[in-house]
Ligand binder design. Structure first.
Ligand SMILES: Nc1ncnc2c1ncn2[C@@H]1O[C@H](COP(=O)(O)OP(=O)(O)OP(=O)(O)O)[C@@H](O)[C@H]1O
Length: 633
C-alpha cells in the first residue's frame, strides 16, 4: 500500500513537473466530467416525471439539463483525453530520461553486477511502455471511483433502502479482482517460459544467428522449443481464466438478485403512489451505472496495480542514481607514474578475487603489455584503471595522488580507450568516431585526424557516403561493417582524445588483419615516450607484446612476472615458455609445415583447385608445387 501511494505521488508529481498546465487541467477536468455526468439521470427523471405528470415546464427543464450536460461532458471529455495523451507521452519521456541517467550516468558500473538492479532493470525494460500509461490508469480509476460513489449517493437519496444496493456489488468486485489476480499470478508463473519463448523467436529472426541456424539445421528445433514454451505457460493460464470466469458469473448472479429486489421495491412504491415513475427510471439508470463502474474498476484496478508496480520497480532503480558530477577542472590529476598499491578486486558474488592484491608501477611515458591466459584478470585490470570499478582494497595513485580522491568522470577525461567488447555505435561513420570527444564531434578535421591516427581512413573511404554513411543494420539504409572495420573505428574513436594521460587498449587487434595490426603497433610505438602517456595494451599476440617497454604477466588474478621482453626471456619463466610456444607456432606456420596429424595424408591435385578469373587463368595455390603452401614461397 505504501509503495502504491509512493508510486502515485511520483506519477502525479512527475506529470505536474513535466507539464504543469496540462497536468492541472487533466486532474481538474476529470472530476468535473463526473460531477456533470451525475446530473444526467436527474435530467431523465425530471423528463419522465414531467411527461407522466403533464408538467411541461419540468419535462423541458429535464430535457435541457440532459442535453446541456451530455454535450458539455462530451466536449470536456474529448479535450481532457487529448490533453491526457500528450501529457502521457511527456511523462513517459521523463521516465525514460531518468532511467537513462540512472543506468548510464553512474560513475562506476558495479550496479550491473547487482542482481537486484539487474532484475528491476530487466522488468522495467519490458514494461517501460506502461510508465506513461500509468497516468491514464490512474485517471480512469479515479473516474470510476467517483462514478461509483456518486451513483451510490444518488440511490440512497432516491430511497434509503437502496443504499444497500452497492453492497450487492461487493462480491462481484471481489470476484473480478480475484480473477485478475489469478490470471496475473499464472502469467507471472509462466514468465520464465515466456522469456524462453521470446528468446526462441528472437533467435529464429535475428540475423546474427542466421548462419548457424542454417548450418546446423536448427529451425525445426527452435520452432519446437518455441511451441513447447507456449504450451507450458498457456495451460495454467487458461485454467486460471476459467476459474475466475466462474467466480465472476456467481458475482453477477448475486448482483442481479439485488438489482431485481431494488426494482421490485421501487415498482411497488410507484404502484402505492409513494414514488414517481421518474424515480423508478432513476433507480434503473443508477443501478446500471453502479455496476458499470464496479466492473470497470475490477478490470482497470488490475491495470493500475500493474502500472504502479512498474513505477515501484522504477523507484528501486532510482535509488542507484548519483548526484551530478560537480568536480572542477582544477581537481584533474596531473601526469606521472601510475602506481597500484595492493590493489585487489572481487566481482560481487564471486568469493575469489578476479585480481590481486597486486603492487605495480606503470612509469609515465611507457607502453605496458598485459598478458595472461583467458580469465587471468587482464580486462578487470583495465576496468580498474579506467575507474569503472572501485578497487575492493588498495589504492591507485597517479603522480602520487590517490585516484579515489578524484571523481572517476574527471579521471576518465584523460583516458583514451578501446575495450575488448567495444561498442558498435549505429551513428554516421563520422559520429561513431567523433563521440570519442564530444567537444569535437562536429569537427571534420578532428575526425579525419583520428581516422588517420588509427589507420582507419580506408574504412571510411570505402563507404558509400564517407563519414556521412549511416552505420548499422537496425536502421533503414544503414551499412554494416566487418568485425575488423568496426574495431578500426573504435580505435579511431579512442584517438579523438589527442592528449590523454592513459591509453587503454584491450585486445585492440583481435579482429585486425596482420597488416593492420603491424600498422597499429608501429603507430603506438611512434607515439611512445615523447609524451607522458602511459599506454596499457592487453594482447595475446606476442609480436605486439615483445615491443612493449614493460610486460606484465597475470595468472588467475595474480601478478606473476614483470619486466622487459629481454629480462623475462632471460628469466626463462612462465613468459619465456609462453613466448616460445607462440614463436614455435608462428615459425611452423611461416615455414608451411603441416602439424602432425593434420591431414598429412591428404593429397590435393592442383589442377582441380585452379581458379579462373574473368580475364583468364588466375595464379592459384594449384600452380604451386604440391606440398608447398603460398606462405612458404
Ligand atoms: N562481470 C563479471 N562478473 C563476474 N565475474 C567476472 C566478470 N567479468 C569477469 N569475471 C571473472 O573475473 C575473472 C577475470 O576475468 P577477466 O575478464 O578480467 O579476464 P581476462 O584475462 O581479460 O580474460 P580474456 O583473455 O578471456 O579476455 C574471470 O574468472 C572471470 O570469470
Amino acid at each position: 500500500m505504501r509503495t502504491s501511494l509512493a508510486a502515485v505521488r511520483v506519477l502525479v508529481g512527475t506529470a505536474i513537473r513535466v507539464d504543469p498546465p496540462r497536468a492541472v487541467l487533466v486532474l481538474t477536468l476529470t472530476p468535473l466530467i463526473n460531477i456533470l455526468a451525475g446530473g444526467q439521470p436527474i435530467g431523465i427523471q425530471w423528463m419522465v416525471d414531467g411527461a407522466t405528470g403533464r408538467q411541461l415546464g419540468q419535462a423541458v427543464a429535464g430535457a435541457l439539463l440532459l442535453v446541456v450536460i451530455t454535450i458539455a461532458a462530451h466536449q470536456i471529455t474529448s479535450v481532457a483525453t487529448d490533453l491526457r495523451l500528450v501529457l502521457e507521452q511527456r511523462v513517459a519521456l521523463e521516465f525514460d530520461r531518468r532511467l537513462i541517467t540512472v543506468c548510464a550516468g553512474r560513475a562506476h558500473i558495479d550496479h550491473f553486477q547487482d542482481a537486484e538492479f539487474l532484475d528491476a532493470a530487466e522488468l522495467v525494460r519490458q514494461r517501460r511502455g506502461q510508465l506513461g500509461g500509468a497516468l491514464s490508469a490512474f485517471v480512469e480509476n479515479v473516474n470510476l471511483m467517483a462514478r461509483f460513489v456518486g451513483s451510490a449517493g444518488l440511490l440512497a437519496l432516491a430511497n434509503p433502502v437502496l443504499a444497500l444496493l452497492p453492497l450487492f456489488v461487493v462480491p462481484l468486485a471481489f470476484a473480478i479482482r480475484w480473477q485478475s489476480r489469478l490470471v496475473s499470478t499464472a502469467e507471472q508463473a509462466g514468465a520464465e517460459t515466456d522469456r524462453l519463448r521470446r528468446s526462441m523467436f528472437s533467435l529464429a529472426t535475428d540475423p546474427a544467428a542466421a548462419r548457424e541456424l542454417r548450418l546446423y539445421r536448427l529451425s525445426g528445433e527452435i520452432g519446437a522449443r518455441h511451441r513447447a514454451a507456449f504450451a507450458a505457460a498457456s495451460g495454467p493460464r487458461e485454467a486460471a481464466r476459467l476459474k475466475g470466469a466462474l467466480a465472476v458469473a456467481a458475482g453477477w448472479l448475486l448482483y442481479s438478485i439485488g438489482l431485481v429486489s431494488g426494482l421490485f421495491l421501487v415498482a411497488r412504491a410507484v404502484i402505492d403512489g409513494t414514488a414517481s415513475a421518474g424515480q423508478a427510471v432513476l433507480v434503473v439508470l443508477l443501478g446500471t451505472r453502479l455496476v458499470i463502474a464496479t466492473t470497470g474498476l475490477g478490470w482497470l484496478f488490475g491495470w493500475l496495480r500493474r502500472t504502479l508496480d512498474t513505477i515501484g520497480l522504477y523507484l528501486r532503480l532510482v535509488r542507484y542514481a548519483e548526484d551530478a558530477d560537480e568536480s572542477r577542472e582544477t581537481d584533474r590529476p596531473s601526469r606521472g607514474d601510475l602506481v597500484l598499491h595492493g590493489v585487489s578486486f572481487s566481482y560481487p558474488g564471486r568469493p575469489v578475487p578476479a585480481l590481486g592484491p597486486i603492487d605495480l608501477r606503470l612509469p609515465a611515458g611507457s607502453t605496458v603489455a598485459v598478458v595472461g591466459d583467458n580469465g587471468a584478470g587482464k580486462s578487470t585490470l583495465v576496468a580498474l584503471l579506467a575507474g569503472l570499478y572501485p578497487p575492493s582494497s588498495g589504492s591507485i595513485t597517479l603522480a602520487g595522488r590517490n585516484l579515489a580522491d578524484t571523481p572517476p568522470q574527471l579521471w576518465r577525461r584523460d583516458i583514451a580507450a578501446c575495450f575488448q567488447d567495444f561498442c558498435r555505435f549505429e551513428f554516421s561513420a563520422g559520429e561513431t568516431v567523433g563521440v570519442g570527444d564530444l567537444t569535437k564531434l562536429g569537427d571534420p578535421d578532428a575526425v579525419a585526424g583520428a581516422l588517420a591516427a588509427a589507420g582507419a581512413a580506408d574504412v571510411v573511404a570505402g563507404l558509400p557516403s564517407g563519414v556521412d554513411t549511416q552505420l548499422g543494420r537496425t536502421l533503414p539504409g544503414g551499412t554494416d561493417l566487418s568485425a575488423g572495420q568496426w574495431q578500426k573505428l573504435a580505435l579511431a574513436r579512442a584517438r579523438m582524445r589527442t592528449e590523454p594521460a592513459l591509453v587503454l587498449l584491450d585486445e585492440p587487434a583481435a579482429s585486425l588483419d596482420p597488416d593492420s595490426e603491424a600498422e597499429l603497433l608501429r603507430r603506438l610505438l611512434a607515439a611512445g615516450p615523447t609524451r607522458a602517456v602511459i599506454t596499457v595494451i592487453v594482447s595475446h599476440r606476442f609480436t605486439t607484446v615483445r615491443e612493449a617497454d614493460l610486460i606484465v604477466l597475470l595468472d588467475k588474478g595474480e601478478l606473476v612476472e614483470v619486466g622487459t621482453h629481454a629480462e623475462l626471456i632471460a628469466r626463462d619463466g612462465r613468459y619465456a615458455h609462453m613466448y616460445a610456444l607462440h614463436a614455435a607456432a608462428y615459425t611452423s606456420a611461416a615455414e608451411g609445415e603441416v602439424a602432425a596429424g593434420m591431414h598429412s595424408d591428404l593429397v590435393v591435385d592442383p589442377r582441380q583447385v585452379a581458379l579462373h578469373g574473368a580475364d583468364g587463368d588466375v595464379q592459384a595455390a594449384g600452380d604451386l608445387p604440391v606440398g608447398q603452401s603460398a606462405a612458404g614461397q
